[in-house]
Design a protein around this ligand. Sequence first.
Ligand SMILES: *Cc1c(COP(=O)(O)O)cnc(C)c1O
Length: 389
Amino acid sequence: MNATIADFSASFPVASARLEGFIAAHHFERPTLVIDIDRVEQQYRALAAGLGPAAIHYAVKANPADAIIDRLVDLGSRFDAASRGEIELCLSHGAHPEAISYGNTVKRASDIAFAHRAGITLFAADAAEEIVKIAEHAPGAQVYIRLLVEASGADWPLTRKFGTTRDTALALMAQARELGLRPVGLSFHVGSQTRDPAMWASTLDQVAAVWAAAEDAGFALDLLNIGGGFPAFYGDAIPHPTAYAAAVMELVTTRFPEGIRIMAEPGRGMVAEAGMIAAEVLLVAKKSEDDLHRWVYLDIGKFSGLAETMDEAIRYQFVTPHDGEATGPCILAGPSCDSADVLYEKRPVALPLALKSGDRVLIRNCGAYTSSYASVGFNGFPPLDVVVI
Ligand SMILES: *Cc1c(COP(=O)(O)O)cnc(C)c1O
């Protein structure tokens, strides 16, 4: 499996015809995310093929739609849950408690107790207080320690908030053992939307060094959680998911002992390409006659589903009824009365000159971190509607 990045763009075009067909045939009163559930299954199968023996724990926060959880339960997926709500969601769809990891390193004590009662046995931690909470409310549980890793080049880095350093990790394992927990392994997150598998190498080197230090200190680790980071197609070429996952596993197996349990937690890579948003242009305006940019205001913005445009980190692709005609640079903004609700300004978006209010705009490959990031209704704009086909 040695597919290059170039192979992918040639052989794996974005298969969104079914979504576009459904959207073309329907009228929507408000911005709507349409999910092609069979596409989620395809992604699951493609990732599983590349991950081989590694267990997939779907990161529920990427998109918690009932139909997605249902389908993944049917396929035998496991789940990475971050809260009591996500655990209850997975359980209500028939996920086995042993198939759910409680992966948030910041947990309410009563939620740990709930998870323990529900039969969940695997918890993440990166701080001494958390180990104490887990020991008290989930006695005997397995814990893995999340490591702080250096930025890898991901489009959406996750490096600072979570994780701990090598020496603290070793101290936490000792503390866990002393308190009757089972320190079973390590986790990390390479950063979301890590487009090139080669970017994993230095992160895996860092984690392998901590693993070796833990073994030297007498801990018998047997679980490596490689987290998420599996990319989606937003316009820059990425490998096919199977090739990508296989390349990551190759980097993993050359650095870690044979026979250990490996888990991966894809979120974006599982669902982003299964979703398309149907939105509408509310207004096209110029600030002055000679303004070089048009302002295009959509009926969806930062607070109603497009939060990942923060710092213009994730750049979505747009489809309009005038594609193929002459374009000009646009500043793209959401509908709310908050001036932070500007989607793309530093790097304007080329949109057709003919674009006008009332036109439908489709946003490609946005099945991840959109509906789950929408506010309940900031400024009276409703959260993103979700339709599963
Ligand atoms: C959000 C998250 C993921 C999913 O990350 P993606 O980049 O979307 O695949 C995986 N693991 C943990 C612990 C997370 O918080």
